[in-house]
Design a protein around this ligand. Structure first.
Ligand SMILES: *[C@@H]1O[C@H](CO)[C@@H](O)[C@H](O)[C@H]1NC(C)=O
Ligand SMILES: *[C@@H]1O[C@H](CO)[C@@H](O)[C@H](O)[C@H]1NC(C)=O
Ligand SMILES: *[C@@H]1O[C@H](CO)[C@@H](O)[C@H](O)[C@H]1NC(C)=O
Ligand SMILES: *[C@@H]1O[C@H](CO)[C@@H](O)[C@H](O)[C@H]1NC(C)=O
Ligand SMILES: *[C@@H]1O[C@H](CO)[C@@H](O)[C@H](O)[C@H]1NC(C)=O
Ligand SMILES: *[C@@H]1O[C@H](CO)[C@@H](O)[C@H](O)[C@H]1NC(C)=O
Length: 436
């Protein structure tokens, strides 16, 4: 088919990248949006390639992009009834009565892309196009291409609630069509990815690593893969998407939290809440679209009581609360350390008592400017009496922690605060992608 050669020729002519070989790992910058406390990842999409910012959704099944002004010479649609369309769990075959274009074809595989922030979905069409990622440790401008990346179109109504400037969502969930799964399958590499989310004070980007279990070098030459502790990833057999898929397990990541200790004191928790029941309720989930860790009401109340008591033992007395937080302290009463304000440490204890994720003041507390000066507030919120997940570990508590999602061994590697190792998530030395 000679007509295909023309666009391919254009790619090589205007860009400087190389298409790399198997077992290459990739890295993408992650930024934190101040106004929404959500995270954005930058990748390259389309032909010719364009830098594209997408919401980072750890539990997302499929990626999607607003196709309203989508132009690319390499896209194609997926006809209904094909095995690819079936493997995407399509629930609809869709036609289009506007002008043919990306996201508008007849007999096209229909999908329901989801916005997890406003919990909304629209009927849209599947699309296949090139995406590219920066090669980890590569030369300037070196990209790796995923030539037939499968995602969904959407319209701009689905961008509501997302950071300014993003044009869609990058799904990192456990299914076969998440961004990491498709990148690993094209490069025949193990599906192991890692996230290092930047904190609000970061002056540079955090990093997402694809197709590698390490090393993950951060300035000044620290390999954070050597500081990981592992706990099994748990499957929730019941998904909680806006659109319900029959017998489709959750694409989100759950871990086996068994107790919470504050300065060594156990928080009194009804153990039944920490297991996932047959309806998919309960358990502990990680979420990049939840800014602060949320706890089921009974866990939350016991948690703040223990925290307040342990802080009182350090002679810290609460001051007026600042919404949405209830437990706040005057900044001038608290010592600061290199791991943030000196509050009691919180340990999330996993499957064994010596496997715990330690949370220091820098991740547990949120600094808020109040009327009478700054306060530190405990950055955990009440998730209600019967939330779907009893504990949802949110963005604030994951920042400046390296988290490795190993879908080969089905385990989570976590570092606790990397500030302990004299680095932070914004200290990854990117060799930049090409300027397009
Ligand atoms: C889809 O089919 C309908 C009915 O045949 C036709 O009116 C419409 O123009 C077609 N749309 C596209 C995008 O081809
Ligand atoms: C995902 O891909 C694997 C390997 O190709 C396959 O065995 C499995 O059935 C797929 N899972 C789903 C849900 O399609
Ligand atoms: C907290 O301290 C109060 C007052 O000393 C005490 O009654 C309560 O039992 C303590 N709660 C916990 C969870 O330690
Ligand atoms: C708390 O204050 C009491 C009385 O002022 C003092 O004896 C104690 O050492 C203080 N404890 C801490 C941990 O600072
Ligand atoms: C914090 O303490 C300082 C010094 O005691 C006081 O001036 C300020 O008003 C207090 N701020 C709050 C929010 O309580
Ligand atoms: C980042 O990497 C470049 C190229 O390898 C090097 O020249 C530069 O010194 C590094 N910067 C830091 C802060 O390590």
């Amino acid at each position: 088919m000679p007509s295909l050669h023309f666009p391919l020729f254009i790619i090589f002519f205007i860009s400087t990248y190389k298409i790399t070989n198997a077992s290459t790992s990739f890295v993408s910058p992650i930024t934190r949006d101040q106004s929404t406390s959500l995270y954005t990842i930058s990748i390259y999409t389309k032909t010719p390639l364009e830098s594209t910012d997408l919401l980072l959704d750890l539990g997302g099944k499929l990626s999607w992009i607003d196709c309203n002004s989508y132009t690319s010479t390499s896209h194609h649609y997926i006809p209904c009834g094909t095995s690819l369309c079936e493997s995407l769990a399509s629930l609809a075959c869709s036609n289009c009565f506007r002008q043919t274009g990306p996201g508008c074809n007849n007999n096209s595989c229909g999908l329901f892309p989801e916005n997890p922030v406003i919990r909304n979905s629209v009927l849209a069409q599947a699309l296949v196009d090139s995406v590219a990622l920066v090669v980890n440790g590569g030369e300037f401008g070196e990209l790796g291409i995923v030539p037939s990346f499968v995602f969904s179109c959407s319209d701009d109504s689905l961008l509501r609630g997302l950071p300014d400037g993003v044009s869609g969502l990058a799904g990192f969930g456990r299914g076969n069509y998440s961004l990491p799964a498709q990148v690993s399958s094209v490069y025949a590499s193990p599906n192991i990815f890692a996230l290092c989310l930047p904190s609000p004070s970061a002056t540079s980007s955090g990093a997402a690593f694809f197709n590698t279990g390490g090393p993950y070098y951060f300035s000044p030459g620290t390999d954070l893969s050597s500081h990981l502790t592992y706990t099994p990833l748990i499957l929730n057999p019941i998904g909680f998407t806006v659109i319900t898929y029959y017998k489709h397990p959750s694409d989100e990541y759950f871990i086996g939290l068994t107790s919470i200790h504050i300065n060594g004191k156990p928080v009194d928790i009804n153990q039944a809440l920490l297991t996932i029941d047959s309806d998919g309720y309960g358990g502990t989930r990680l979420s990049t679209v939840t800014p602060y860790t949320t706890l089921q009401t009974s866990i939350y109340l016991a948690f703040i009581e223990t925290f307040v008591n342990e802080s009182a033992a350090l002679n810290l007395t609460m001051t007026d609360p600042v919404d949405p937080f209830e437990v706040c302290y005057n900044v001038s009463d608290v010592y600061s350390t290199r791991l943030g304000p000196a509050f009691p440490v919180i340990d999330l204890v996993m499957h064994s008592k010596d496997v715990f994720w330690r949370i220091f003041g820098v991740n547990s507390m949120v600094k808020i400017a109040g009327e009478d000066g700054d306060v530190w507030c405990l950055g955990f919120v009440d998730g209600g009496e019967k939330p779907r997940s009893s504990v949802v570990i949110g963005g604030r508590q994951m920042e400046d922690n390296l988290l490795q999602f190993d879908l080969v061994s089905m385990r989570l590697g976590f570092s606790s605060s990397v500030l302990v190792h004299d680095t932070n998530c914004a200290s990854f030395n990117f060799t930049e992608g090409p300027d397009l």
